[in-house]
Design a protein around this ligand. Structure first.
Ligand SMILES: [Zn+2]
Length: 73
């Protein structure tokens, strides 16, 4: 069940890997996205009931990890 939508912003990146952080204060979801392998690693889960979306156009973030689908965090 989705309670709310959070926007994740790309705060760091070197073309190989990007760091995304949730823009909602108090949530704290953070993840890295590996552009080469197309994988993401969740560092901090934050509010798991929220739908997390990327603001860079790169990523739509949801609670489900769908491997092999580029851009889904
Ligand atoms: Zn969040």
């Amino acid at each position: 069940m989705i309670d709310e939508r959070h926007v994740m912003v790309r705060t760091e990146g070197n073309g190989v890997e990007s760091l995304f952080e949730c823009s909602v204060e108090g949530c704290g979801r953070r993840l890295t996205f590996d552009h080469i392998g197309g994988r993401m690693t969740v560092l901090d889960r934050g509010y798991e009931s929220a739908l997390h979306e990327g603001s860079s156009g790169l990523a739509s973030v949801s609670g489900a990890v769908r491997t092999g689908l580029r851009g889904i965090l």
